[in-house]
Design a protein around this ligand. Structure first.
Ligand code: F6P
Length: 493
């Protein structure tokens, strides 16, 4: 198949420039690149179509066509969209239908051919997929990655602040684009069943899609990058990271405790990641303290519990709460907190700590998919993870009930401690979870598997493609004005 990925925002280049340094260069780019590479390696012809940028500050994205070294059959195709300089994704809306889509058609017309099928990403890609479906008669899939309705909820949108939020984030355009994309898509791709029900079931999408209509959705989980997160991998940061972890343990832990297993937490300092409950679990359980140290990894902060200098106000508030628990329970010497600054360092640290029979713990109040625990598991750390969200599907087999990690209630520190003790206090349980977890990742969560699932869906929709969309519902509110958005959002508020 000749498959085209529509991904206007961010950009792609052979060096993965700006990844995780700019909000438009986050997990979505990793996802699209990995799936595209795996599809190309499986023999498909693949183009990632993105935006051409001619801007001295963003020199990587100027050429119309680019390639990843060593990957055959995959092109990065850059099509102009609005002014030549870099634009954040929120500012692309006026140019997508008027410039980017015609530019894509012109590019392929010039080549004298049309691709077979489109796979579109985020609201902006999805909207263009719907337009191209109408104009070109090509089927498309839509992968939302992050939906505007949930972002509005996270930002506590209300009648008072909606106009200001809309001016900053252009939610009316985004929600409209999402409604059109999900309504017209030949298939919506989600990472979990919960994403289908909870995210697409938001009242802002009412009438555009029925989240209970399983014909419209396919669950395709993303994959772990096994080149980085594998127990047997070795990278350029391996030895330096091991030495760094040793130094941090020497700095923070009592000498007689430095060999103990570590309970490793590595996530953003964000209230919803719920670090506090993990610290309370550790503080409240002496037996757990006898068996393990708590290790909190915070990117960019060398000594976060003692030096808040690099922290934002909200991060500082979280650190203050943690330090208060540490002081109240006299935990100094039993926990260490430091920075690991890249995926390579993180993977190297996981491997080193796995040799001390350590575990990975994530007590987020809700975790939509939960790739981070799967990465840790693949690198050798059994997972003790929130039961709310994707981990409940990835770490327990829905049919047999077999566990590949331990699920815990993030609102209940006693339950978190119980879950941790199951693994750190029992060497044979640690080994069993370690082995089962790695097998689970290899069997279910690799990019090759993600790509094979995409290929399956694309082939299926191509085989049954009818230009008149079978499920198109013509809802009244596909073209959403700011006033419609306020009404729709307000109804459930
Ligand atoms: O990279 C992951 C991702 O979810 C992207 O899809 C998107 O660019 C960003 O993070 C989140 O976008 P938003 O905050 O607009 O929902």
């Amino acid at each position: 198949m000749h498959i085209v990925f529509l991904n206007p925002q961010g950009n792609f280049d052979p060096h993965d420039s700006y990844w995780s340094q700019h909000p438009d260069f986050g997990g979505q780019l990793v996802y699209v690149k990995e799936v595209a590479v795996a599809l190309a390696q499986a023999g498909h012809e693949v183009d990632i179509v993105t935006r051409r940028i001619e801007d001295a500050d963003w020199p990587e994205f100027a050429s119309p066509v680019d390639h990843y070294e060593g990957v055959r059959g995959l092109r990065i195709v850059r099509v102009p969209c609005g002014p030549p300089h870099f634009l954040r994704k929120e500012d692309l809306w006026p140019y997508l239908g008027t410039e980017w889509v015609p530019g894509i058609r012109a590019f392929y017309k010039h080549e004298g051919r049309k691709p077979d099928v489109l796979t579109t990403h985020y609201a902006d890609g999805g909207l263009c997929g719907a337009i191209l479906r109408q104009q070109w008669g090509l089927p498309f899939t839509f992968t939302g990655h992050s939906l505007g309705a949930q972002k509005m909820d996270k930002l506590h949108a209300s009648a008072e602040n909606l106009a200001a939020l809309d001016a900053e984030y252009h939610f009316s355009q985004r929600i409209m684009a999402e409604r059109v994309a999900m309504n017209h898509a030949d298939r919506v791709i989600v990472s979990t069943q919960q994403e289908r029900v909870e995210q697409y079931g938001h009242r802002l999408y009412a009438g555009a899609i029925d989240p209970t209509d399983e014909r419209r959705f396919t669950v395709v989980p993303p994959g772990v990058n096994l080149r980085i997160f594998a127990e047997t991998a070795v990278n350029a940061q391996e030895e330096a990271t091991q030495a760094h972890v040793k130094r941090m343990f020497k700095r923070d832990l009592f000498p007689e405790r430095q060999h103990l297993p570590a309970i490793v937490s590595s996530s953003r300092l964000d209230a919803k990641k719920n670090h506090l409950a993990l610290v309370q679990a550790f503080a409240g359980n002496k037996r757990l303290q006898e068996h393990a140290n708590l290790v909190i990894v915070v990117r960019g902060m060398e000594d976060p519990l003692r030096d808040h200098g690099a922290a934002s106000a909200s991060e500082r508030a979280i650190l203050d709460e943690i330090v208060a628990v540490i002081n109240a329970h006299e935990l100094w010497g039993k926990l260490s907190a430091f920075s690991l600054n890249s995926q390579l360092e993180l993977a190297a640290a996981y491997r080193a700590l796995s040799r001390q029979r350590s575990v990975f713990c994530l007590t987020a109040l809700y975790e939509p998919f939960g790739l981070a625990p799967l990465e840790a598991i693949a690198a050798g750390l059994p997972g003790v993870v929130t039961r709310n969200g994707g981990p409940s599907e990835s770490l327990v087999d829905a049919t047999t009930g077999q566990e590949f990690g331990v699920l815990v209630d993030p609102a209940n520190p006693a339950d978190i401690a119980r879950g941790l003790l199951r693994v750190v206090a029992d060497a044979s349980a640690w080994q069993a979870f370690h082995d089962a977890g790695i097998q689970r990742v290899l069997a279910m969560y690799t990019w090759q598997r993600t790509a094979a699932a995409y290929a399956g869906v694309l082939q299926e929709i191509l085989a049954g493609f009818v230009p008149v969309h079978p499920y198109f519902t013509e809802p009244a509110l596909l073209a959403l004005t700011p006033a419609d958005l306020a009404t729709l959002y307000g109804e459930g508020a």
